[in-house]
Write a protein that binds this ligand. Structure first.
Ligand SMILES: NC(=O)c1ccc[n+]([C@@H]2O[C@H](COP(=O)([O-])OP(=O)(O)OC[C@H]3O[C@@H](n4cnc5c(N)ncnc54)[C@H](OP(=O)(O)O)[C@@H]3O)[C@@H](O)[C@H]2O)c1
Length: 243
């Protein structure tokens, strides 16, 4: 039977891929409710089947409270984490080990590794025990250790590699109690967004995906994943990214 989630949570709802994913969910799943989480709700579209909530890494109790409220109202069958950062006003990807700073590494790890871990902690228990459900967090191909031939981007690469390990651990743990749940990392392709904007020089137009296209391909992959793929990192075309 095709996967047709009824209760979906999207974290990073204000982002390019996150917001495109929400719109695709609303188009495909006509009875689904989408719980949208973002730091600021300014850019979240109003829709009768969208429930928006703010969240923050600095407020794990707020995340816990939101999880409790959604659990009491029926839980979730799809969780999509589209948060992440490559650069910010205070940090940029390091080309050399000499550029590493404690503050920059901490910020990148907090966003790319610790935040998804906290979302897993509070929201994985909302998945049903005996019904198909998916948790997918956007990682990145550059988080693959075996595929790293270029080096650089130390903190970003390492934070995504660590995210992949967390996903693997959670997949193993969830298999003990939630045999129908699939936990995966995903690579969205090179996507036109504020995250990739400063690094798009040299990328051919044909290689740069629009968020809508990437989100649709990610949702296609999610709708087909099975138990044999839990714990893995899958690209937008369904292929596995080597650890
Ligand atoms: N674009 C690409 O080419 C590409 C390639 C590989 C992987 N990815 C991954 O895809 C994911 C989505 O990226 P995107 O391209 O859609 O970028 P984006 O448009 O910049 O979206 C990033 C999202 O993450 C949120 N975010 C960042 N830091 C946060 C924090 N500390 N706490 C809470 N939310 C935070 C942003 O919220 P605000 O709106 O509040 O800033 C925004 O919703 C990221 O994990 C990225 O690493 C992207």
């Amino acid at each position: 039977m095709p996967f047709s989630p009824k209760r979906i949570a999207v974290f990073g709802a204000s982002g390019a891929i996150g917001s495109a994913f929400i719109n695709d969910c609303l188009d495909r799943y006509h009875t689904a409710t989408v719980f949208c989480f973002a730091r600021s709700l300014e850019r979240i579209p109003a829709h009768e089947r969208v429930e928006s909530r703010t969240f923050s890494l600095e407020d794990p109790e707020g995340l816990n409270a939101s999880a409790d409220a959604i659990k009491a109202a029926g839980g979730l069958d799809l969780i999509f984490v589209a948060t992440g950062q490559l650069h910010s006003t205070t940090t940029k990807p390091e080309k050399t080990i000499r550029a590493l700073t404690y503050a920059g590494m901490e910020e990148t790890y907090c966003t790319n590794t610790i935040l998804p871990a906290m979302i897993m902690k509070y929201f994985l228990p909302l998945l049903p025990k005996h019904k198909r459900a998916v948790f997918a967090a956007i990682s990145a191909r550059v988080g693959s250790i075996s595929d790293n031939y270029l080096g650089g981007w130390y903190s970003y690469r390492a934070s995504k590699a660590a995210l992949n390990m967390l996903i693997r651990c959670a997949a193993i743990e969830m298999q003990r109690t939630h045999q129908s749940s699939v936990i995966i990392g995903m690579h969205p392709g090179t996507v036109d967004s504020s995250l990739s904007k400063p690094f798009q020089r040299g990328i051919q137009e044909s290689q740069l995906m629009q968020p809508k296209q990437s989100a649709a391909m990610l949702l296609d992959v999610i709708s087909k994943v099975d138990q044999s793929q839990t714990g893995k990192c899958l690209a937008y075309d369904g292929t596995e990214i080597a650890p």
